[in-house]
Design a protein around this ligand. Structure first.
Ligand SMILES: [Zn+2]
Length: 378
């Protein structure tokens, strides 16, 4: 009896130790190398961070922007700035990131605490294979670069009616209808689609991007309808995010960004300073450009070919709703509600169906091209 008891204790402890064997202890990885004292703040060089956490990095020498990445996790910092974007979320550092003898140096506390917490945890804890989104993506994604999940964003909604057109036509109503129809056609093509709103309700611009970031969407597509002071303006255009913009793009962006006035603040309840917003813009905006430009180009071409519609082209603009997205994104202006002829067409359900079909096939054409190329940037 006693012998059995000892045997069981032995077996249990064996199991316990077997379970622990090889499991690395968190905190075992530490920063080695020099520590510099600059203006009474301790700094460590980028090389130490890379070595300790085995992170990859991209260096944008013009913007002086550093992106650290490992296992899908990402941190962006810029020299001279004390704001870091950690998985898209801004964090204020004790001191700005600096250069020392042509190497980037990071505040030691940030490197030792924040970066260790993010990158070491990624290294030691594997994502459980049973997590539902992982399994689903594995089924849908034979290769790593396939586009499988798209967020469709019907512009405006609720108290924000968007552009007002002929015959009382309201942008928020027609774009929701078009978005639902596009969703239907994309789902038929086995693309997982989420809508940022599926009813006439107000959703902040910030929240729309956050929805896409939360579900790790592969593409964000915002659908709008245009209005212009000139009643003769008409046609279809698709925008991507860029700094280099012309006056007409600036005007469209100003109109669409006006939804911001309905929001308490652009970042939840705590309104950050303009400086912070400018910094975040700098940290975020150059990414995913190539995919966005290509998507914009293919959608405009497909739609103008299918429908007898003026192709106003793929254009650059600064849209707030696209700024927050951590994936490639475009904003479709599906026509002018301020143009009598186009407003009449847009108020017709059959026309909207044709338009939705054309937008969906543009997206599917892009997807095909992208999937085959295994990602334009890879
Ligand atoms: Zn709009």
């Amino acid at each position: 009896m006693k012998k059995d008891f000892i045997k069981i204790v032995f077996l249990i402890s064996l199991l316990f130790f077997a379970g622990c064997a090889g499991a690395p202890v968190r905190g075992a990885v530490s920063l080695k190398g020099p520590i510099y004292d600059i203006d009474n703040v301790q700094y460590v060089p980028l090389s130490s961070v890379r070595e300790a956490y085995e992170v990859g990095y991209d260096w944008d020498s013009i913007a002086k922007k550093l992106t650290l990445h490992r296992a899908g996790k990402k941190v962006v910092v810029a020299v001279g700035s004390n704001v870091a974007l950690i998985e898209g979320i801004p964090k204020t550092l004790d001191a700005p990131v600096k250069m020392r003898h042509s190497e980037v140096v990071l505040p030691r506390r940030f490197a030792a605490d924040t970066l260790a917490g993010l990158f070491i945890e990624t290294r030691l804890v594997r994502r459980p294979a049973t997590t539902e989104p992982v399994v689903r993506r594995a089924v849908l994604e034979p290769s790593a670069y396939v586009i499988s999940r798209i967020v469709l964003d019907a512009g405006h909604g609720g108290k924000d009616a968007g552009a007002l057109g002929y015959g009382g036509l309201r942008e928020k109503t027609i774009v929701l209808d078009i978005a639902k129809r596009v969703k239907y056609h994309l789902e038929k093509a086995h693309i997982d689609v989420r809508l940022t709103r599926d009813s006439d309700r107000f959703v902040s611009l910030w929240k729309r991007a956050a929805i896409a970031n939360q579900i790790d969407a592969d593409f964000f597509i915002s659908i709008h309808a245009n209005a212009a002071r000139s009643r003769s303006a008409h046609g279809f255009e698709v925008f991507y995010l860029s700094e280099a913009i012309d006056d007409s793009a600036r005007a469209v962006a100003a109109a669409e960004n006006a939804a911001l006035k309905h929001e308490k603040s652009s970042f939840g309840n705590a309104k950050p300073s303009n400086d912070l917003e400018a910094t975040l813009w700098d940290l975020e905006h150059t990414e995913n450009r190539e995919e966005s430009v290509e998507m914009a180009r293919i959608i405009t071409n497909t739609v103008s070919r299918r429908l007898n519609m003026r192709n106003r082209g793929a254009k650059a603009a600064r849209f707030y709703v696209l700024k927050g997205c951590r994936m490639p994104s475009v904003l479709i202006e599906a026509g002018f509600v301020s143009n009598k002829w186009e407003a009449k067409r847009l108020s017709n359900a059959q026309y909207r169906e044709k338009l939705a079909q054309a937008i969906a096939s543009g997206i599917i054409n892009y997807k095909r091209e992208y999937d085959e190329s295994e990602g334009f940037t890879k």
